[in-house]
Ligand binder design. Structure first.
Ligand SMILES: [Mg+2]
Length: 270
């Protein structure tokens, strides 16, 4: 079998690492998989109604472009850009926070079946975890890692979803998400704060994420990082767009999921 693990930095390993920092959505959790297909039409429709002569395909391409560009920051920034696009076409946009609420309502409608199925036990938590994720968390725990969860999703939702997936118990360092005051929160600030306030040096961090922010932050302080280029929801192959962004910020390794557990562990801890 061809290895699924792309080694980008053959010199790197995690033998000095003592802290693991995980992103949540798309890295561990698949509860919110498909959010893109909720957000894009929500924005295309009102833009189309402005009848600027742009076709639905053209507007979809514009929206997909800026939504993709802003992925990894908090949702509000995508809404700020959406409002700017409306304004550019002569409309009077609402406060971007209103659009964020509208989007979260639509998304919660979209994922409520998954949440309900987890609550009732009809879906096993591992069905909505990136393949191999729990086994990796177990391994890191057994190796004595201090573990943190850092997410751009609103903190109360993220914590509830981590609990439903029964992964909350791993994160003895803490589980941190976005707060309402978006101006004083960014994932970048959050991760910098975690690193600063922990008793560990930057080079003792091992990061896992499907977004560039978490990988970039860990690399900036001298840690090592695994880019998780999940093609949600299947997570079978490497998502080329994610891969490109993760490689761009210096991920040491890129994986499509955590199925190649033993191989990954051997690479991380030679
Ligand atoms: Mg993510």
């Amino acid at each position: 079998m061809v290895s699924q693990i792309e080694v980008r930095n053959p010199e790197a390993n995690a033998s000095r690492a003592k802290v693991a920092l995980f992103d949540f959505d798309g890295t561990i959790s698949l509860i919110r998989a498909g959010w893109f297909d909720v957000m894009v039409p929500m924005m295309v429709e009102p833009l189309l109604e402005l009848k600027t002569g742009e076709s639905e395909d053209e507007l979809t391409a514009i929206v997909e472009e800026f939504v993709g560009q802003l992925t990894g920051r908090q949702t509000i920034y995508q809404m700020i850009e959406f409002a700017a696009q409306l304004k550019k076409r002569g409309a009077k946009p609402l406060d971007p926070v209103e659009y964020k609420h509208r989007y979260l309502d639509l998304l919660s409608e979209y994922i409520k079946g998954r949440i309900a199925a987890l609550e009732s036990g009809e879906t096993h938590p591992d069905e909505l975890i990136v393949p191999g994720g729990r086994r990796l968390l177990d391994t890191l725990k057994q190796r004595g890692f201090t573990m943190y969860l850092a997410s751009g999703t609103d903190q109360p939702f993220m914590r509830a979803e981590a609990k439903l997936l029964q992964v909350d118990g791993y994160f003895d360092g803490g589980m941190f998400g976005a707060l309402d005051d978006y101006k004083s929160f960014s994932k970048r600030i959050l991760i910098a704060k975690i690193i600063r306030e922990s008793e560990y040096a930057g080079k003792e961090f091992l990061g896992f994420g499907d977004g560039f922010v978490e990988i970039q932050n860990v690399k900036e302080v001298g840690g090592v990082a695994v880019g998780v280029a999940t093609d949600e929801p299947a997570c079978e192959n490497v998502d080329p767009v994610k891969r490109e962004r993760l490689a761009g910020v210096g991920a040491d390794w890129i994986v499509p999921n955590f199925s190649a557990h033993d191989e990954l562990v051997n690479i991380l801890f030679p």
